[in-house]
Design a protein around this ligand. Structure first.
Ligand SMILES: NC(=[NH2+])NCCC[C@H](N)C(=O)O
Length: 338
């Protein structure tokens, strides 16, 4: 399996992924024209033809033997430049009366666009039949190697929005309690519109004043900063890289937004460049602990490799691995032990 930039020929494969993702997966609506324009945007970003505020680096995970697409992931260069990017910030208001000797704090939600200009890791999806052999980790971590390699293309901070809690009926209690009072549509429709980039309605219809969470239902309050159970492994992986929840949540489902300074992300800090050598017999470990990525942008590749660099700091690859990564002897690779 390997990661590569999405290409024009991937439209059918991408649409097949979009049809599988299901509810609450905002950024991949099953809309062929939209997906085609997403691919165009990504192709131009990888060819470095796009201004900094509109770069979408969209990757696919492919089976390098069958060519089948197993999943995707993306990095948004800067959010909120064209249309505002909204979150709620969970704040605390102290209510206190000296006369009555009463002191209490109340949680509040403030509409914010504090993340304007930050990068976002997003759109991670892996087809169920490929959820093995650390393919999910490959999708998630390859993005850090890309950011480390092209660090100057990215701002100081990165965030990730995690899918929030939905009950057995597929309903978001947070949405029912809050968003549904302001938007004359159901969650899926609102989510679909934002996924298509049609989000000016958020600014127009969203409540402008702080919200006291004491007025919300118990069930809705319990969703604040909590993830969908299927999203927990993805969240754990981001936390291990150093991303933290700083109190920002999704305005629709209450799911957490986690964030970090890019230079502090463990994989960005720890990855190293090595020279490549190719041999027909290299000892491989079946455990996927070393991740390798190439150093070019339009032809970027990332994959697990069977070992780390040798004592001289040289990365010895098997012919199969070299082919997968499209590198040869003397090329450089960025390596990360995970
Ligand atoms: N789950 C959602 N669709 N939430 C609405 C989009 C929120 C996102 N932060 C934005 O402003 O683009």
């Amino acid at each position: 399996m390997r990661i590569r930039p999405i290409a024009r020929g991937d439209l059918d494969g991408l649409q097949a992924l979009a049809q599988q993702t299901g509810v609450g997966f905002t950024s991949l609506p099953d809309n062929r024209d939209f997906l085609a324009s997403k691919i165009e945007l990504a192709v131009s970003a990888f060819e470095e033809r796009t201004p900094a505020d509109d770069r979408l680096y969209f990757f696919v995970l492919e089976d390098d033997v069958s060519g089948e697409l197993a999943g995707c992931c993306a990095i948004e260069g800067q959010v909120g430049r064209e249309v505002p990017f909204y979150n709620y910030r969970l704040g605390t208001l102290a209510h206190s009366s000296v006369q009555l000797d009463l002191h209490r704090t109340i949680d509040t939600l403030f509409l914010s666009s504090d993340h304007t200009g930050d990068a976002e890791v997003c759109s991670l999806y892996l087809r169920p039949e490929y959820r093995r052999h650390r393919n999910g980790a490959l999708l998630s971590k390859a993005r850090w190697l890309f950011m480390a390699q092209f660090r100057d293309r990215f701002p100081a901070k990165v965030l990730a929005e995690m899918r929030g809690v939905f009950n057995e009926a597929g309903i978001s209690p947070f949405w029912e309690c809050l968003g549904s009072h302001f938007f004359p549509m159901d969650f899926n429709e609102a989510d679909r519109l934002t996924g298509l980039g049609q989000k000016s309605f958020i600014g127009e219809l969203m409540p402008k004043f702080p919200i006291y969470t004491t007025f919300m239902s118990e069930e809705a309050r319990a969703c604040i900063g909590e993830v969908h159970e299927h999203t927990r492994p993805a969240l754990e992986m981001l936390k291990k890289e150093g991303l933290r929840w700083e109190g920002y949540i999704d305005i629709f489902d209450g799911g957490p937004t986690v964030e970090a300074y890019i230079d502090d992300v463990r994989a960005v800090r720890d990855s190293r460049l090595c020279q490549v050598e190719v041999t027909s017999q290299a000892a491989s470990s079946e455990r996927h602990t070393w991740l390798a990525s190439t150093t070019g942008m339009p032809d970027f590749r990332a994959a697990w490799v069977g070992r780390g660099p040798d004592a001289d700091g040289v990365m010895v690859l098997t012919e199969e691995e070299a082919q997968r990564l499209n590198v040869g002897a003397g090329d450089s690779l960025r390596l990360l032990e995970t």
